[in-house]
Design a protein around this ligand. Structure first.
Ligand SMILES: Nc1ncnc2c1ncn2[C@@H]1O[C@H](COP(=O)(O)OP(=O)(O)OP(=O)(O)O)[C@@H](O)[C@H]1O
Ligand SMILES: [Mg+2]
Length: 291
């Protein structure tokens, strides 16, 4: 029997995204491989321009890759029709933008904003209202339901955004720097909301973040460099001593690994390296470089 818990929620294989502007080509994703299991919380970090938003937009069904395979819960995003994509966006994936103002309609109250996606799929008014209330309570805003955007703080607006994104009970939440405009304390509260949603609803969550300490708040951090995964940090929950972080470099589908520049700089390796194996593992040594 297939263990549903372990089913891959997201699977990206050799994904490329090339943007063309006039004669110029920008390669935003360059053979990216990524698997995310159901129920995981994964953070994506990386320099500006490394392809984080491009990846999230593809997973959200807002954009298509130029090449490669992307599937979410076993559904191939490249072969969906436009009405299937629309249904996917409405019911399978919730999206939270960095700009607090982009997540809600300013002329509707918090609860009306949360009800809106349920209206679009034809839920009854009574069902909508009850679920919207429950969700606002879940994100800790039970006492702010009738406030409009201008009466909510930045952190509260992002919590409403999370409630909105969960309205149609999507199995996947994607958030593009949801705490980017918040101060540290408020950002920490919003991160706690993501954590409790993951615990209570078992929602798979991917968050783009610039937070230096993000690795202590999620299960796994993946680092994107130049449109490709380069490093992963896993958190090992180790009880009293606190959590320990373990860093791995990624071996891609073709067996390529990228040695972190900080390590490479400490060796004499330049353009060529020799590789051999001993009982400790694989050893890389400087090769003869032709000057
Ligand atoms: N619509 C677009 N048209 C052309 N180029 C684009 C487009 N969107 C992104 N790019 C380019 O693709 C690359 C990756 O951009 P992306 O927005 O994914 O980066 P990012 O990692 O999210 O950066 P940031 O941390 O600044 O948000 C960049 O070089 C960017 O200029
Ligand atoms: Mg971005």
């Amino acid at each position: 029997m297939i263990n549903a818990e372990k089913l891959n929620h997201i699977s990206c294989e050799d994904v490329f995204k090339i943007y063309k502007i006039a004669d110029l080509e920008v390669v935003a994703l360059r053979g990216l491989d990524l698997d995310v299991e159901s129920g995981e919380i994964v953070a994506i970090v990386g320099a500006s321009g490394s392809g984080k938003s491009t990846l999230l937009n593809i997973l959200a069904g807002y954009d298509l890759p130029s090449a490669g395979k992307v599937s979410v819960l076993g559904r191939d995003l490249l072969s969906m029709t436009s009405s299937e994509i629309e249904e996917y966006r409405r019911t399978k994936v919730g999206f939270i933008w960095q700009q607090t103002g982009r997540n809600m309609f300013p002329y509707l109250t918090a609860i009306e904003n949360v009800e809106l996606p349920m209206m679009l799929i034809g839920d009854t008014p009574a069902k909508r209202r009850k679920r919207a209330k429950d969700l606002l309570e879940l994100v800790g805003l039970g006492d702010r339901m009738n406030h409009k955007q201008d009466r909510l703080s930045g952190g509260e607006q992002q919590r409403v955004a999370i409630a909105i994104s969960l309205a149609n009970n999507p199995p996947l939440l994607l958030a593009d720097e949801p705490t980017g405009e918040l101060d540290d304390a408020t950002a920490a509260e919003v991160m706690k909301v993501f954590d409790s949603i993951n615990q209570e609803l078992n929602t798979t969550i991917m968050i783009v973040s610039h937070d230096q300490d993000i690795a202590y708040k999620v299960d796994r951090v993946v680092l994107i460099r130049d449109g490709k995964l380069s490093t992963e940090i896993m958190r090992q929950k180790s009880g009293e001593k606190g959590d320990e972080l373990e860093e791995f470099i990624i071996v891609d589908g073709s067996g390529r690994v990228q040695v972190p520049k900080t390590l490479l700089d400490r060796t004499k390796i330049e353009r060529r390296a020799k590789v051999r194996i001993d009982d400790q593992g694989v050893i890389l040594e400087p090769g003869e470089d032709k000057k």
